[in-house]
Design a protein around this ligand. Structure first.
Ligand SMILES: [Zn+2]
Length: 329
């Protein structure tokens, strides 16, 4: 399995580089990325030197930090094998009713679930739901008959009208903090609840201790969680050039794919910052949807790259949580 993973990582990296190179050529900038879906990847053979950042056009400046290739980049070699078929199912085709359909589903947005650190400022406190509060929130969900569903379930609901459970909720955890394993997962497991972790892939490649390791993320995926990209370095996408946004979005998606063995299909925009180009790229790279930090509970097919969420704040009372869950629009 390890050898397969490495060769797949090589394939995905080389494919990504080919895309970036293609995107850098103005004459081909309009070629949609969707021309090469992962399930039918042609065997691309590109001889790449180890200085991969040179592949970027100099007209699109990047901060040095964001261009530092992760450890996986060091495995790039000219020997490329065909990628195995992706384990991801085909995207549900929208039916005739998709254009007019609105599906209500609270997508709860969490960041940290852990005790408030000493000296935490107001922003950090707001991002940090204390373990006892999280436990009370999940107990409320359980006692009131809620079940967790994924963004894949939501996509199917908006595309084809597939019914969601009457009381459905989606749990999302941005940034992929390691304390999730200490304070959130043990609370969720007894209820059979799972969630989506939006991971910052380069931080994981760098083995930063605050973030999940890849082994931990892979284990969560094996337990039914979803691991989806939150870009490589959490830089704002809004206002940035095509090359930078593609690098952040597709690069992180392919890193996730290399680890979990399936192309992830959803993205969370870092800090909720995105623009029309981000949405365009999300469609071109064949994402199925993306979530923002805008507040809301109703979702459409047309708006699938700008799905709204319900923020759970660290200083919320249980009643605030209930209002967010059960509120209107
Ligand atoms: Zn984030």
């Amino acid at each position: 399995m390890r050898a397969t993973g490495v060769s797949r990582a090589r394939q995905t990296i080389v494919w990504w580089l080919a895309l970036v190179l293609a995107a850098c050529r103005p004459a081909e900038a309009a070629v949609p990325v969707t021309a090469t879906p992962s399930a039918t990847l042609p065997p691309v053979v590109v001889v790449v030197a180890s200085d991969t950042p040179a592949a970027h056009t100099p007209t699109e400046p990047h901060p040095t930090a964001t261009l530092t290739p992760g450890p996986s980049a060091t495995v790039v070699t000219p020997s490329v094998t065909a990628a195995p078929p992706s384990a991801t199912p085909l995207r549900p085709t929208p039916d005739a009713g998709a254009a007019g359909r609105r599906v209500r589903l609270p997508i709860l947005m969490y960041h940290y679930v852990e005790p408030w650190p000493a000296g935490a400022d107001v922003i950090r406190q707001g991002l940090t739901v204390k373990p006892e509060d999280f436990a009370a929130q999940m107990a409320y969900l359980h006692e009131h008959g809620y079940v967790t569903v994924s963004l894949y379930d939501l996509l199917e609901a908006v595309a084809q009208g597939t019914p969601l459970p009457e009381k459905a909720v989606a749990l999302t955890f941005d940034d992929g903090y390691r304390t999730l394993l200490d304070y959130a997962v043990p609370v969720l497991q007894p209820y059979g609840y799972t969630g989506t972790v939006f991971v910052i892939t380069q931080f994981m490649d760098e083995a930063r201790p605050e973030y999940l390791t890849w082994a931990q993320a892979e284990a969560l995926y094996a337990q039914g969680w979803k691991i989806e990209p939150h870009t490589k370095t959490h830089d704002n996408l809004k206002g940035r050039g095509r090359d930078f946004q593609l690098y952040q979005m597709l690069g992180s998606a392919q890193t996730v794919e290399a680890h979990i063995g399936a192309m992830p299909r959803f993205l969370a925009y870092p800090s909720g910052q995105y623009d029309a180009l981000s949405v365009e790229l999300a469609a071109e790279m064949n994402l199925w949807g993306a979530v923002t930090t805008v507040s809301g509970r109703n979702h459409t097919w047309a708006g699938r790259y700008e799905w709204t969420r319900v923020r759970v704040n660290g200083d919320d009372l249980l009643q605030d949580f209930i209002n967010g869950l059960e509120g209107g629009a």
